[in-house]
Design a protein around this ligand. Sequence first.
Ligand code: ADP
Length: 705
Amino acid sequence: MFEEDNKNNSLIVLKKYFGYNSFRKNQQEIINAILAEKDILCIMPTGGGKSICYQVPAMIFEGITVVISPLISLMKDQVDTLTNIGISAVYLNSTVSQSDQVQIMDGLRKGNYKLVYVSPERLESPQFLQFFRQLAIDLIAIDEAHCISQWGHDFRPSYAKIGQLIQQFSARPVIAAFTATATKAVLEDIQTRLTLHTPLTFLSGYERENLAFSVVKTGNKKNYVLDFLDRYRGESGIIYTATRKDVEELQYFLAKNGNNAVTYHGGMSENVRNKHQEAFIYDNAKLIIATNAFGMGIDKSNVRFVIHYQLPKSMEAYYQEAGRAGRDGEMSECLLLFTSKDVQTQKYLIEQSTQIERKDHEYSKLQAMVDYSHTTKCLQTFIVNYFGDDSEKECGKCSNCQTDLAETEITIDAQKIFSCIVRMKERFGVTLVAQVLKGSNNKRIKEMHLDQLTTYGLMKEKTEREINELIHLLIAEGYLGLTTGQYPTVHLTEKAVPVLKNAEKVFQKIRPIQKEMPIHSELFEQLRQLRKELAENEQLPPYIIFSDVTLKEMCKFYPQTKEEMLQIKGVGELKFAKYGGKFLQMIQSFLLENKEVVPAIQIQTTKPKTNEEQSYLTTVQLFKEGKMIEEIALERGLKLATIENHLIQGAIEGFELDWEKVLPKEYEQLINNVRAEIGGEKLKPIKESLPEEISYFQIKLALCK
Ligand code: ADP
C-alpha cells in the first residue's frame, strides 16, 4: 500500500513539474528504493535521466535533499532548470558571494528550499559541516560518484569529505550515489568510502539508444564535414580536433564555405573561452570546434551531432566526448573520421607527454580506438563490450549495422596477408607488410631483401591504402594481433590458423551508407526562434525553456488547447503557465497559414480524458445544436481553425452529424472523384484539382468521413 502511494506520488510529481508521462528504465525502481529509505548505487549512461531519480524523491520527502556535484557550471544549469519548473532549489559553491551565502543558509534553515546543490570543496570547512547538521536532510545524492575513487578517471580529493558529512547526522539521511561509468574497483570504492548500507545497485548498461555511431574513412575530411553540416543546418553540434592548430584551420575553412563556428582550446584566454562556450550553450553559435579541453560540465541537451575530426586517444575519451550528443534522448549522430595518419599523431602525443611506465598502457588504449575504427561489427556493441558488458545486441543504427548486408568474402586476401606476415617472421609493422604485398620499391624493403619473398607484390592490383585497411580489419576482428609500443609489430592469432588451412572463411561488410536525416518543419524553426527569444529575455539557455524533444512533439501533434499542450512531453504546469500561451498562439497561426497540415489530434494520454478536457466534444455538441462554425468560434473564444479541427476529430470518432451544413453533397462527391483519380491522401494535389471555393477543411472532412 505504502509502495503504491509512493509510486502514485512520484508519477504525479513527474507529470506536474517535469511534464513527463512515464518513467524511463530503472527510474521508478530507484525512486521507490530511495523513498523506502534504502541507499542506492546507480550506474546509468549519460542522458539516461539520473537527475530525476533524486529530484522526484526530493519533492516527496519532507526535508531537504543535498546534491553533491563536482561541476560548478552544471549546478547553475540544474538550479535554473528546477526553478523554471517551480521547484525551489539553490546552490552553494565558490561563485556565491558571502552575503548571498548567508541568505541562502538562512533560507535553508527556514525550509524554503527542497534541494541544495553543493560543491565537494564546501565540505572541507568544519563550519559548513556543522551547518548541515542543523538541517533536516532526508537525502544526500552524490552525482559523478566515481570521483570518490582513485581508480576512476576524475579523482577529486575533496569527495573524500562526503563520508564525514554523512557521519554528522544523528538521523542518517538516505545516500544515493550516481555515476555514468564505473569499473568494479570503482564501485567497491564508492560503496566503502560513502559507507553505503547494503545499497541496491542499479545498472542500466552503457548503451546509448539514441546515438547513431559511424566511422568514415575519407581522403577529403573537409568536404565530408561540409556535406555533413549541410544535413544539420540550424542544429547544434561539436567538432573535436586533436590540436589547437586543427581547430583554427578547420574554423577558417568552414567559415570560408559559409559555416560559422566558435572555437575552444587551451591556448585561448579564459575570458574568450567562456564567451564562446556561452554562445554555444545559449544557441547563439550552433557549431563549436574544440580540442578535448571543451566539454566538461556541458549539460546542453540539444547537441545533435559530435564529429571527431581525428582519432581520440582512447575509447574512454571518445565515449565521453561523443556522449555529449543527444542528452535529451533525441536521435543524434556521432561521427568519427579516420585516417591512419591520425594514429601517428596520437602516438606522437603519447611519446611527448607520457611517463615511460604508462606508455604501454596508453598504446593499448589507443589500439582499442584503432580497432573500433576498423571493426565491422555493431559499433555500439563494440563500445559496450569494451566497457565490460558482454551484450551482443546490434543497435541497428550505426554505420556498420546500416551497411548493405551483402558481405564480401575476403578469405583469399586474408590468406595472402597471413602468409606474408609469417614470411616476414612476424617482425614488422602494418605499413611494411602492406608495402611488401603491394610490391613497393621502398628502399628499406630492398635493403632487407623483403622483395625476395614469394609474397612480394602478391596484392599489387590493390592500392597500398586498401591493403593497409584490410590488415587493420583483420586486427580488429581478432585474426591478427599487435604488440604494444610506438612501433607495434603484427602477428597471427589462433583465429587465423583455420583460415590458413582453408577450414574457415573470412567476410567483410561493405562500408557505410550515410542516411539522410529528416528535415525539420518550418514550424519547428518558428518554435525554435520563439524559444530563443524567450530564453534571451530570461537569460537562460534555450533548452531550459523547452527541450528539442518538446518542440518536436509540438510539431507532430500541433496542440491547440491547454489540455492538449499539457500532454506534450516536457510541458508541466508551471511551464505551461509561463510559456504555453505563446507556443499555442504560434501553432495556431501556423495551422491557419498552412491549411494542408492535418494535425494528429489524438495525443497520447495517460488517463482517460474527462468531458471537460475533451474540448472537441463541446464543439460537436454546439454543432449538433445547430450552431455554425463561426458562431461556435465566437462563443468559445477559439479560432476558426480550432473549431474546424474539432469537427474533423468528431468525424474521425464517427459522430453522425449534419455534415451537409458544412460539406454539400456535390462537393463531397467531387472530392471523392478527384481523390480516386489522383490516388493517395495528399491534400495539396487534391485541392489544386478542385474548384477554388472548396476549402482544405472540406477536403479533410470528406477524407475523414
Ligand atoms: P543524466 O544526468 O543521466 O546524464 P539527465 O538527468 O540530464 O541525464 O536527463 C537527460 C534528459 O532526459 C533530460 O533532458 C531529462 O529531462 C530527460 N528525461 C529524464 N527522465 C525522463 C523521462 N522519464 N521522460 C522523458 N524525459 C526524461
